[in-house]
Write a protein that binds this ligand. Structure first.
Ligand SMILES: Cc1ncc(COP(=O)(O)O)c(C=O)c1O
Length: 362
């Protein structure tokens, strides 16, 4: 068996110890005589798994009792629809503000517009190809908005909020799909945080929603599956939840705890990202399109000044066991996603390859 360093933007690298544990428990989960995949979601064993996953997430992120933690399906993308459906209660007087920082914000905005045509853009950096996050001064916020929506890390463009915006009494909602659990956050500053699991939390198929309880039940007669209140009341078991994905998520959370928690993971992420950005900036051969103050610790886009060397770079990297480095088509070049589970050795191996490639081709 040969494992590669996988720089995929998602689904993405998972800790090896988590995969080994899942393998060991595959046929007989802790004496139950069956796989978690075969278990009723109402069984005692499974109820313990989902309760433990929630408890660990609450502990690791410091989530207070005034927030519900939901494990939903439909990906982060379904949240683009559920948020306006659940939270814009009076379309005649209320709108919602969207801060546009990339493709995912655009998608969130486009879906919200289908629910309420009056949703607003509070700021955008599209004119500079989303190479930075807007400053607080650039935001034109509506004090009557139902919420302000941000994408806390922009997976495609490689930017990330270093400070979250001040939205006064308007609830702040963050799509944290690509940086949840990568840095400490003060959950109490948010109305809601949501994330598809397939980057820092586990496999695809489960979406974590952390929502302040006073935002639940604001709208009557929503379709049950799309109603946060129903999902909260039923403990994410209104229907059959993605049982196996939640189990793996729980194992990933245990791994984060074993590492020393989010603060330790954050330090490692800072070190990994700094190393890679420093290597890019120190060379005239590689370029990073993002502004320094907005750079993501999770997704590092870079190009080669001689664009014709992009394909040879990717082929050479793959041959060296460094895979899924192709940049998104809207940005081009390369993108190294270095989520929590990417070991520092993976970043070192990438930097060593980059230096050698530059030496030969520079
Ligand atoms: C920031 C962000 N938001 C939303 C999504 C969409 O997530 P999903 O595929 O779970 O719907 C992604 C996927 O890569 C993402 O990176």
């Amino acid at each position: 068996m040969k494992r590669v360093y996988n720089f995929s933007a998602g689904p993405a690298v998972l800790p090896v110890s988590v995969l080994e544990r899942a393998r060991d428990e595959m046929l007989d989960y802790r004496g139950s005589g069956m796989s978690v995949m075969e278990m009723s979601h109402r069984s005692k064993e499974y109820m313990a798994i989902i309760a433990q996953s929630e408890a660990l997430l609450r502990q690791l992120m410091g989530i207070g009792d005034d927030y519900a933690v939901l494990f939903l399906q439909g990906g982060a993308s379904l949240q683009f629809t559920m948020i306006p459906m659940n939270l814009i209660t009076d379309p005649a007087t209320q709108s919602a503000d969207y801060v546009m920082t990339g493709s995912w914000s655009e998608k969130a905005f486009a879906e919200a517009k289908k629910i309420f045509s009056d949703v607003r853009v509070a700021a955008t950096t599209k004119s500079v190809n989303y190479c930075r996050i807007p400053t607080q001064a650039e935001l034109t916020l509506n004090p009557n908005a139902a919420y302000v929506h941000i994408t806390s890390n922009n997976t495609i463009f490689g930017t990330e909020y270093q400070e979250i915006p001040d939205t006064g009494s308007v609830p702040l909602i963050a799509d944290a799909s690509s940086n949840i659990l990568s840095r400490s956050v003060d959950v109490s500053r948010y109305g809601m945080i949501y994330a598809g699991a397939q980057k820092n939390l586990g496999p695809s198929g489960v979406t974590v929603v952390i929502v302040r309880k006073d935002l639940l039940g604001r709208k009557a007669n929503l379709p049950a599956m799309l109603d946060y209140q129903v999902q909260a009341k039923d403990g994410s078991m209104y229907n059959t939840p993605p049982t196996y994905a939640i189990y793996i998520l729980g194992l990933v959370l245990e791994w984060v705890k074993e590492q020393g928690g989010v603060a330790v993971i954050e330090q490692r992420n800072v070190a990994k990202a700094n190393k890679l950005y420093d290597a890019i900036d120190a060379s005239g051969f590689y370029l990073c399109p993002t502004e320094k103050a907005s750079r993501s610790r999770m997704n590092v886009p870079f190009t080669i000044a001689k664009a014709e060397l992009t394909d040879p770079f990717l082929a050479g990297a793959k041959a060296a066991g460094l895979v899924t480095l192709k940049g998104h088509r809207s940005v081009g070049g390369m993108r190294a996603s270095i989520y929590n589970a990417m070991p520092e050795e993976g970043v070192d191996a990438l930097i060593a390859f980059m230096r050698e490639f530059e030496r030969v081709n520079g």
